[in-house]
Design a protein around this ligand. Structure first.
Ligand code: UDP
Length: 455
């Protein structure tokens, strides 16, 4: 009992990146740690704040003063915005911490868990001699880590030149089979120099005492072992967090009417399409998708975020005939309750940009995928979905309606799709087992907690 009380007194400070794909898993981590007896403080920027919903009623939320806002994001662009956050937040975060320490009295802070892209947190933790822990929301720990290390060292100019050569692009990256040069996580959100800078800082974990990863050993056991050998500090693969600790932290409003629509569809017949919270879709690709879906004859649920098609507010660029088809065989929403959708028996496949959360959620529900990565690590994830786990189809190059049609049919109609679904289902069971008591992710979380509570 005494031990439990001691744990209860300890607080963990979380520092999320203000973007949906990063907020979701760190808030789930907060939930998991809260259930182990820790108090949780979430320190946020002024932009994209999570609100204290019923899932987080016991959490304490703080805003870093003078941090960047929505208009800074618009004027800077996503990558320079991330770099700027790290520049401007260090001092104000220190201020925040000192106030927290004063207020909290004897309620000492066990550690600061920061998203790897909020690396300014390290200096603040050092200043107050609080242990800091890196949280990697990105996937495929070793592959992603090596890719980022590789990119953090390249010379941007010569790398770009090499990548212009189509033969180099297709070559398998040494030691990272099945990844090719073209799968390296460069970014659509800013110049190569910015991503190199961001990676340099993110892979340099300096004084942090551990790395927590939202992945599971059944997905990448040898890769995790390799990563552990490379890093000097313990690595805790504790994912997928959405299985271990479900908690809703959607920054946009979910349109639940699509669940009623799904209720009326046949089992495993619907293709669910969502490109996550940031990816953009060119009008020409959107039209190829629309006609491919139309020709496939399969029902579809399509998430189109307002503003995600440059030049349009929402769906104006879809032709009138297609809108007619939507009323017969499709459904379009601005934002969906994604996990619930993937869990629905009517869903037979997921057309995804392969963000890591979406990939984990799809595997977690045993749903095969059509992968059309947009940027960054999504290409790495997509390659694994197709070549390692063999639970999806990877679309490369220009989108055309013929490929869209055949991919949708491969997943929802052909035997090949049934086989992928079976493999996805097997992986789902393994993931669930790893999150259960005695499973690898569950034990890894316990190990992390023990590392904090034993002096
Ligand atoms: N998501 C959602 N509703 C949607 C689309 C996405 O709730 O209509 C969630 C999805 O479940 C996932 C997150 O948004 O947890 C997207 O994260 P991911 O890493 O897949 O992609 P990102 O947005 O970071 O590119």
């Amino acid at each position: 009992k005494k031990e439990e009380n001691q744990v209860k007194k300890r607080r963990i400070v979380l520092v999320p990146v203000p973007a949906q794909g990063h907020v979701t898993p760190i808030m789930q981590l907060g939930k998991a740690l809260h259930s182990k007896g820790f108090s949780i403080t979430v320190v946020q920027t002024q932009y994209n704040r999570v609100s204290s919903s019923k899932d987080f009623s016991d959490f304490h939320f703080l805003t870093i003063p003078d941090s960047l806002t929505d208009s800074d994001l618009k004027s800077l662009g996503a990558l320079p915005f991330m770099l700027k956050i790290n520049q401007v937040c260090e001092e104000s975060f220190k201020h925040c911490l000192s106030q927290l320490l004063q207020k909290q009295g004897d309620d000492d802070i066990a550690c600061i868990v920061y998203d790897e892209y909020m690396y300014f947190s390290q200096a603040a933790a050092m200043a107050f001699q609080i242990p800091s822990v890196v949280f990697s929301t990105l996937p495929l720990s070793h592959a992603a880590f090596v890719c980022r290390s590789v990119l953090s060292k390249v010379n941007a100019e010569s790398f770009l030149l090499d990548m212009k050569d189509p033969e180099t692009q297709e070559q398998v990256f040494p030691g990272l089979d099945p990844l090719r040069y073209k799968d390296l996580p460069t970014s659509a959100f800013g110049p190569l120099e910015s991503i190199i800078k961001l990676y340099c800082n993110a892979v340099n974990i300096q004084t942090s005492s551990a790395v927590i990863i939202n992945s599971a050993s059944c997905l990448e056991s040898s890769s995790l072992a390799q990563l552990q050998r490379k890093l000097q500090v313990p690595v805790y693969p504790i994912g997928p967090l959405h299985i271990a600790a479900s908690a809703s932290s959607s920054l946009l409003e979910e349109d639940r009417s699509c669940i009623e629509w799904l209720d009326k569809q046949k089992p495993s017949s619907v293709i669910y399409i969502s490109l996550g919270s940031l990816a953009l879709l060119q009008t020409k690709d959107m039209l190829e998708m629309a006609w491919g879906l139309s020709n496939s004859n399969q029902p579809f649920l399509w998430v189109i975020r307002p503003g995600s098609v440059p030049g349009s507010e929402w769906t104006e660029s879809l032709p009138e005939e297609f809108n007619k088809l939507v009323s017969e065989r499709g459904y379009i929403v601005k934002w969906a309750p994604q996990i619930e959708v993937l869990r629905h028996p009517a869903v037979g496949g997921f057309w995804s940009h392969c963000g890591w959360n979406s990939t984990l959620e799809s595997i977690g529900e045993g749903v095969p995928m059509i992968c059309k990565p947009f940027t960054g690590d999504q290409r790495v994830n997509a390659r694994y979905v197709e070549s390692v786990w063999r639970i999806g189809v990877l679309l490369e190059g220009e989108l055309d309606k013929g490929t869209v049609e055949s991919s949708v049919k491969r997943l929802t109609v052909d035997d090949e799709g049934a086989e992928m679904r079976k493999r996805a289902f097997d992986l789902k069971e393994k993931l669930e087992a790893s999150a259960r008591s005695g499973g690898s992710s569950c034990s890894s979380l316990d190990d992390f907690v023990n590392s904090l509570t034993t002096p």
